[in-house]
Design a protein around this ligand. Structure first.
Ligand SMILES: [Fe+2]
Length: 355
């Protein structure tokens, strides 16, 4: 739980025990839980649905729950990603200002993070919420879309509760930088600690740092050329982040009708799986021959399974291909995540015991 509160006019953010958080809540703190879908798998149906409707990559919608009461106040800030907030209980007043920062990499609270913020600003930093800010009152059932970089603040009037669907979609710059970093990290010099920075460094340490950086930068064009020469690797780098969290269990979608179609006795061509789901609609997944045995295992099994079980059952097929197939099944409703404890038939494994 992340707790936001003020004491003696100083703003605090802390992560901690639920008991502490509730104590702060009673005196007006705002509580925030991120990535709630990791502990509430039922939310996954909603995140997948939103991803599908908005044509976003699977795994890029995450959920944040906020509980706040009078006089909780989310100070003027902007976020680095857009979000849909669904208001569930109580009422709140949102103040919405202009788009202040189009190119931000981080979320910023005005008046607190100005050092970092200045890197994205050419002109004058806004002082706070402007007088002509748009005022929006939300009640249960209200949905508010907040783009990234738009200044906003939120005031709670009473006990209130909302869930935000954060669209944390990888950007092209993220993919390329990630791949370039992977590439550079292979070199001992590039993965060396960047020392000689900051207030405590001596003049000679600073000069050493500058020399080291100049020397590394002279190697950068060659490294970049190598990364650019293999665009597929750049795309593959996004997959692990987009997979649903590990140590989750899955089962065939209860409401889905699934049919595997393969030419008689042949696994070498034309294998398709048709999935029909009341929400996701009808989909067709093409299966490569190496994944056919795994796919049969998937369709035969009546019980839930973990990702490890799936990799085991896939008999040496490429892990990334198995994950991609599971992702396709999740997207089409052919697979669904299982709520912890919901599947009484599942075997007691050490992995299951952790949930
Ligand atoms: Fe926000």
């Amino acid at each position: 739980v992340q707790t936001w509160f003020r004491q003696d006019d100083i703003r605090f953010t802390q992560r901690g025990h639920l008991g502490d958080a509730l104590r702060h809540y009673e005196s007006g703190a705002r509580l925030q839980l991120n990535q709630v879908e990791k502990c509430v798998p039922e939310l996954e149906a909603y995140t997948r649905c939103l991803e599908r409707d908005l044509a976003l990559p699977s795994g890029s919608v995450s959920t944040t729950v906020v509980a706040s009461t009078l006089p909780a106040w989310a100070e003027p800030h902007f976020d680095s990603y857009p979000a849909f907030t669904v208001h569930l209980r109580g009422t709140k007043r949102w103040f919405i200002g202009p788009e202040v920062c189009r190119a931000t990499l981080d979320s910023f609270v005005l008046g607190h993070d100005d050092f970092g913020l200045r890197r994205f600003f050419d002109g004058q930093l806004p002082d706070g919420m402007p007088d002509d800010a748009l005022v929006v009152d939300v009640a249960p059932g209200s949905v508010l879309y907040m783009p990234s970089g738009v200044l906003h603040a939120v005031q709670s009037h009473e006990h209130s509760f909302s869930i935000a669907f954060d669209l944390i979609v990888p950007r092209w710059s993220d993919l390329v930088v990630r791949r370039l970093t992977e590439h550079l990290q292979r070199s001992a010099r590039w993965r060396g600690f960047a020392l000689g920075l900051g207030e405590t460094a001596t003049e000679s340490q600073r000069q050493d740092a500058r020399r080291e950086l100049d020397s590394l930068l002279s190697e950068l064009p060659a490294a970049l050329a190598e990364v650019v020469s293999d665009p597929d690797e750049i795309l593959l780098g996004a997959l692990p982040r987009l997979m649903p969290p590990p140590r989750r269990r899955y089962r065939l979608g209860k409401e889905a009708t699934i049919r595997m179609v393969a030419p008689e006795g042949r696994d070498d061509e034309g294998i398709h799986v048709h999935v029909d789901h009341p929400v996701a609609g009808a989909s067709e997944i093409e299966i490569t021959p190496e994944l056919a045995p795994f796919c049969r295992w998937l369709l035969e099994g009546g019980r839930s399974f973990s990702e490890t079980d799936a990799l085991h059952a896939s008999r040496g097929a490429l892990q990334s291909n198995v994950r991609q197939l599971m992702l396709a099944f999740l997207e089409t409703g052919g697979l669904e995540a299982v709520a912890p404890g919901a599947d009484a038939s599942r075997p007691a494994t050490s992995e299951g015991a952790e949930e």
